[in-house]
Structures are given as C-alpha cells and as structure tokens.
Design a binder for this molecule. Structure first.
Ligand code: GAP
Length: 512
C-alpha cells in the first residue's frame, strides 16, 4: 500500500473502532471538525495526563490553570492576533475553491522531496549492500537536478514569507505550474490575507462592540491570569503556568484528518523568566520537550527540530518539533521565545502594572516568556499513525494491530473466558473485579478466542487475559501480549502488578 492508502485505511479504522468520527455525520459532517469516540477520548486523556503530570508534578515551579474560551476582546488586540493572525489565501476561479498559498507551495516542495527519496530508493535497490547513500545524493544527476530545483523554490518561498510578499507567493505558484487539485486549472486570483479568528456576539444586540473571539490559542488565557497566579501562588521567577484547552481557528485547508482542525485542543506552558536569560531557557525547554516526546517510545528517528526562518510577530526565537506523519515530517509542537511581547502589551492596553518584583535584587521588570505548545489532536494522530500496522502472520492470515505505547493505550487489558460455560464467565468476573479499580479493561465472551484477540489487537489493547479450564484448577490465566503475541501463564493475584509495570503512566514519567 502507498502511504496515502495507509493513511486512508487509518482514517477508516479510527471510525470503525470508535476512535474518531467526522462531526455531525448524520448531516453530512462539518469540514475539519471531528468528534472523539469511546476509545479516542481514552487515548486523548492518557496523552493529556502524561503532559499535565510531566509539567506540573515533575516541576515544582510549574502550576496549572483552566481559563475560559471567551476572553475580553482587547486581549486579541494586545496579543497582535486582530492585526496579524492571517493566512495568505488564493482562490481558483474555475473551481471556486480557496487554498492557502503557502501550503500549495509547501506541498509542491514535498513532492520534489518525495521524488528525490524515490530516486535514492531506486539506487539502494540497484547497488544493494555496497550502496553509499551520501555519495549517491552528491553525484546522481537526477537527484542533483531535483535538489537544485527544490533549493531555488524554497529560497524564493522563504523570502516571500519573510517579507509577507503576497505577489511573490502568486509568482511562485505560477512559475511552478501549480494547478487546482479540483479543476486542474491554473486560473488563480491574487493572494490575499485572511484572519483566522472566529468571532461571535456576546450580548446579541448587534452592536459592533459586542464582538468577541473564540480563542485561537490558550496562551492568552495564561497571560491575562499571570498576575493572579504569580501573587496567589507566591511564584518566584523562573516559573511556569500550564494549561490544556480548546482553541479555534478558521482554517482554510481542511484535510489531513485531525492534523488541522477548526476546533482543536492545545497543551501550552508559558515559562516566565528574567529578561536576558530567555535563550538559555529556550534551549532547556527544547531539550526537555524533545525528551518528553521520544520517551513515549515511537522512535527517536521520527522526530526532528525545525528552526523557524520567519518568526511569529511575538517571538525572538522559535522552533518546531516535527514528527514523521504518513504525509511527511510536519509540526507537532511549537516552542517560542515570546519575549515580553504579551505581558508588555497587556500592561499597555489594560493600563495595569504587570511587573515582577524580585525581592532578592530589588529589581522590578516585565518577565520574558518561553512557550511550549503542543496540539493534543496532533499527538493523537502521531500515536495512531505510528501504531497502525497490517501484519502478515505465519499461518497465512493477517491482522491489523495498533501497537500504541502501553501507557497511552485506551484499553489496558481484555478479560476473555474461553467458553461461555463451565464457570469460566464467573471466574472471569473475579479477574475483572481484581482489575476494575486500576485499569480500563474490556470483558468479551462473544465469538472464538482468535476473533476476540483480533478485536483487541485492532484497538491496541496491550494484554489479553484468557480464563480457561485450567484456571479453575490452579488459579492461573493465559496472558497474551499484543505485539509479540507471546503467551504466558500467570497467577490471578499477580496480574495487577504485571499489567501495571507496563501500562502505568508513572513509569513513563520516571524516565524523564
Ligand atoms: N501559542 C502558540 C501557538 O498557538 P501554533 O504553532 O500556532 O502556536 C501550537 O500552535 C500547536 O497547536 C501546533 O504545534 C499544533 O500541534 C497545534 N495546532 C495548531 N493549529 C492547529 C489546528 N488547526 N488543528 C490541530 N492542531 C493545531
């Protein structure tokens, strides 16, 4: 299967097994809006717990809050979102479809990268064991030609982005012969800026002053509560405020499943530091956050940093942690050094003094801020896409397995009586009672044991516990491990400890 086919299969799998549904599908759905089903919400909660505990339990100087989606509209003027939270958009005159100009160009660049990789793969196959990849990349004429094309377009793209040159974007689209995926034509409008914030009225009087925005990032809720938390928590700089919550953006590119949604969830932490120390903290948080990701166990090679060439309006340094999604390396988390931009502007616009007084040095200053911001939904997609596998088995059959890292798996164990008689369901219930308070489990007595194993593999359950006739005699059960399918006999009273060792999120936290 191609990567595209695998991705389509994953999306179908997520729906079939109750992870993720297109929102309000009975009305034909709503573009770029998804609901989490019974298993999706468990996975999401596990990811959120891992993040929340890593932030607030492992760092004594980080506390959490939960601020509102609605914030005073002046917040978004101060933060710069009213003036500058825009995407460059272009319309195709024939299909009437609207696209992000930068995304059209990035997709085009990704295709060139794919061509280069295909060329390298061909070389690998042709030369076998003696293949020298570095030499091949440096000398193969096809690779060199594509690389030169990539570099030329990429340089123009970076320049257009840095200078906010809308005509420059359009010229690249024309020069690269990029056509509309729907109409197939190159009949493009000019590129225009489009603000991404959703707005509504708070009092329904129709008065323009009632306009209020749905927050496009959770961070501002932290900045407007900075003083309250600092004072009531007697926080000393450096300290952080963490928050998990919904954010809303009127995204134009509605595709790639839950990668880019209009309603999504962020896990953000704003770390307040003394001005002049922000680069040191920026480096520390880069390292800390990469460690958090790699610790999940999905392969260090699937992550990389991407330092920003164009900085957001509030940043003096920024990097993304990118993950290898099925459609290539893409942003999973953003880490920004936001200077005193936010607190400084909120102080100006509100007229309130937002300063930190250092009792040791007697200094008073506006703190600088280093932010880490990761999308919950992108984490879910990273985990699911990395875990989804179709495996050929020795007996000629195949199985679909989600090898979700056990601490994040939605269901930790399934309890399966071998048959529905002879007292096995009753003993299985005793096993369930043993596990109920510690783990999310499923009880299943329907169909053959093989079918039940497959059902659990498909939702990523790390352990299947089979209760059979021997269990009645010696009090042991068969424990089957999801990835290796290895089976062992375990005493019922030892089950809890065995499962806990693998699935407890605290074990992940201990490795950080
Ligand atoms: N406060 C900084 C901020 O919001 P961002 O890079 O725009 O920065 C941070 O967003 C993270 O939020 C991204 O790395 C991504 O994981 C997630 N995110 C952003 N837009 C998203 C969208 N439309 N759908 C899903 N996740 C999104």
């Amino acid at each position: 299967m191609t990567q595209e086919e695998v991705f389509k299969a994953l999306v179908a799998h997520c729906k079939e097994y109750g992870f993720i549904f297109p929102s309000s599908e009975i009305y034909d759905g709503l573009a770029a809006v998804y609901d989490y089903g019974q298993l999706g919400v468990e996975l999401k909660n596990n990811i959120k717990n891992y993040w929340w505990n890593a932030m607030t339990r492992l760092n004594e100087n980080i506390v959490g809050i939960d601020s509102c989606v609605f914030i005073h509209p002046k917040t978004w003027v101060a933060s710069g979102h009213v003036a500058a939270f825009n995407d460059p958009l272009i319309d195709n005159k024939d299909s009437k479809k609207r696209y992000r100009a930068d995304v059209l160009i990035e997709d085009y660049l990704s295709k060139i990268e794919e061509k280069i990789e295909k060329e390298v793969e061909k070389g690998r196959k042709r030369f076998g064991d003696g293949f020298d990849e570095a030499k091949f990349r440096a000398t193969n004429p096809n690779v060199l030609r594509e690389k030169a094309r990539y570099d030329e377009i990429h340089a123009r793209y970076v320049k257009a982005e840095a200078e906010n040159d809308l005509a420059g974007y359009k010229q690249i689209i024309l020069d690269c012969d990029i056509s509309c995926p729907v109409s197939g034509t190159k009949n493009w409008t000019d590129v225009r800026q489009f603000n991404l914030m959703f707005s509504t009225q708070i009092n329904n009087t129709g008065n323009a002053d009632d306009k209020i925005y749905l927050r496009p990032e959770t961070a501002q809720g932290i900045f407007v509560e900075y003083l309250n938390v600092q004072k009531t928590g007697r926080m000393k700089i450096p300290f952080g405020i963490a928050q998990i919550g919904k954010a809303f953006r009127n995204e134009i590119v509605a595709r790639q499943f839950i990668f880019r949604m209009r309603e999504f969830e962020q896990m953000e932490m704003e770390f307040f530091v003394k001005p002049g120390t922000e680069m040191e903290w920026f480096a520390k948080w880069k390292e800390n956050r990469m460690k958090w990701h790699v610790n999940i166990g999905m392969g260090a090679e699937n992550y990389r940093f991407h330092d920003h060439e164009k900085l957001a309006h509030y940043a003096n340094a920024a990097t993304d942690i990118e993950f290898r999604f099925p459609f290539g390396f893409k942003e999973l988390e953003g880490i920004h050094s936001r200077t005193d931009y936010d607190l400084g502007n909120h102080a100006k616009l509100s007229g309130k003094k937002i300063k930190y007084f250092d009792t040791e040095t007697g200094e008073s200053y506006t703190p600088y801020c280093v932010e880490t911001s990761v999308g919950v939904d992108r984490m879910v997609l990273a985990v699911l896409s990395n875990s989804y596998k179709v495996e050929q088995l020795e007996n000629g059959e195949s199985r679909v397995v989600l090898s979700i890292p056990a601490p994040l798996a939605p269901v930790k164990a399934a309890v399966l009586p071998l048959v529905k008689k002879d007292g096995l369901p009753e003993l299985a219930q005793k096993v369930v009672d043993e596990l109920r308070y510690d783990f999310n489990f499923q009880y299943d007595e329907k169909d053959s044991i093989g079918k039940r194993y497959r059902r659990q593999d498909a939702i990523g359950t790390p352990f299947c516990i089979t209760v059979d006739h021997d269990s009645l005699v010696d009090g042991t059960v068969t424990v089957r491990e999801r990835d290796t399918m290895a089976q062992e006999r375990v005493k019922i009273e030892d089950l809890r400890a065995l499962i806990d060792k693998k699935v407890n999120i605290n074990n992940l936290l201990r490795n950080l």
